[in-house]
Write a protein that binds this ligand. Structure first.
Ligand SMILES: Cc1ncc(C[n+]2csc(CCOP(=O)(O)OP(=O)(O)O)c2C)c(N)n1
Ligand SMILES: [Mg+2]
Length: 358
């Protein structure tokens, strides 16, 4: 019997917000807590570097992750990298790094080089894809990855694989039919998929209040017959624990979950956006004070796992890794013009006539 989910989404409470460290720190060893922090640090540093390269005219277009690192790193850390399938959305630098994409590969994509694993420099930067890492190539139209994830999950179930599919998207994508169709299908067939929404309050310049008439994306879940969970998306440990629970549930065969990570994008939508035209700078200041990176750093310091010297050393390591990757990426070849149309249309067109003659 497929489990019919009755009830309401599980909501984050004020109590939840202040107790997450105590609630979740015991789920990971000190080494793994520091590993999570290093992923967040690398994501932040690489994101900043790409933004600067854009301002220098070297990277044509950037989609910043700043402010959403906890949601991305914490959730991806709950997957079995290279085994589970991920469909990241363009802002997901933290997700792709944790799942195994190297800073060099990220920079090859940002600089549109021939060896970019996502598309060989054909797609917009940050439209991630990596066959070996089981990361599905992404499209620009918002939300299209959601029904694709349901389809992949159906395939995994039919093949009796124990892989889980995790699909990432923003609050804006929930206004698309793709979101509703994907959730409905996944729930009907009890599919092993986790729908992970990073709700940063905006779809480019459109605030959430103009996209939906209810406050929480997670509240859509019970209508389709699956659990909906709201998590503080700026608390990396809470995100890890809730994603882990949803992934375990999917792997057990108990079906999909909709997770809503409440977060905030600290930079403009993209390098081409002027966020001063649609949001109050005071709002950004409010969220700067809730930046997930210093927040986790403070928690690690309070737990005696980190001090200023170790922190500075970890940042220097991340920067050195990025410096090295950048030198190699800038020295790598650009795509050959003659190959521009490769992989766009089938090389040989099958008009069906051969089949008709049989
Ligand atoms: C179908 C479609 N409509 C509009 C766009 C233009 N567009 C690109 S990103 C975006 C906003 C997405 O917002 P959200 O899903 O909340 O993700 P966020 O950018 O906030 O992380 C829009 C409208 C698009 N790419 N596809
Ligand atoms: Mg958004």
């Amino acid at each position: 019997m497929t489990g019919y989910y009755r009830g309401r989404a599980r909501h984050m409470t004020a109590e939840h917000e202040v107790t997450t460290t105590r609630m979740y720190s015991s789920v990971l060893s000190p080494e793994r807590l520091l590993e999570l922090y290093r992923w967040m640090l690398l994501t932040r540093a690489l994101d900043e570097r790409i933004w600067r390269l854009n301002r220098q005219g070297k990277v044509p277009f950037a989609i910043p992750a700043r402010g959403q690192e906890a949601a991305q790193v914490g959730s991806a850390y709950a997957l079995r990298a290279g085994h589970d399938l991920a469909l990241p959305y363009p802002r997901d630098l933290g997700v792709v790094l944790v799942l195994g994409m190297t800073p060099l590969e990220v920079l090859l994509s940002a600089l549109a080089r021939a060896d970019d694993p996502s598309s060989g420099g054909r797609q917009l930067p940050m439209h991630w894809g990596h066959a070996r890492l089981r990361m599905l190539s992404s499209s620009s139209p918002v939300g299209t990855q959601i029904p694709q994830a349901a389809g992949l999950a159906l395939a995994a179930k039919l093949r009796r694989e124990d892989s889980v599919i995790v699909v990432y998207f923003g609050d804006g994508a929930t206004s698309k039919g793709d979101f509703h169709e994907g959730l409905n299908f996944a729930a009907i067939h009890t599919l092993p998929v986790v729908f992970f929404c990073q709700n940063n309050g905006y779809a480019t310049s459109v605030p959430q209040s103009l996209q939906m008439a209810i406050p929480d994306v997670a509240d859509y879940a019970p209508a389709y017959g699956m659990p909906g969970v709201i998590v503080d998306g700026n608390d990396v440990l809470a995100v890890y624990a809730e994603t882990r629970a949803a992934v375990d549930r999917a792997r057990r065969g108990d079906g999909p979950t909709l997770l809503e990570a409440k977060t905030y994008r600290l930079l403009p939508h993209t390098s081409d956006d002027d966020d001063g035209r649609y949001r109050d700078p005071a709002e950004v200041v409010y969220w700067e004070a809730r930046d997930p990176l210093p927040r986790f750093r403070a928690e690690l310091v309070a737990a005696g796992l980190l001090d200023d010297a170790v922190d500075a050393g970890l940042l220097a390591q991340a920067q050195a890794q990025i410096d090295d990757a950048l030198v190699r990426a800038e020295a790598s070849p650009i795509p050959k013009r003659l190959l521009a149309l490769d992989h766009i249309l089938a090389d040989e067109i099958d008009d069906g006539s051969a089949a008709l003659q049989r």
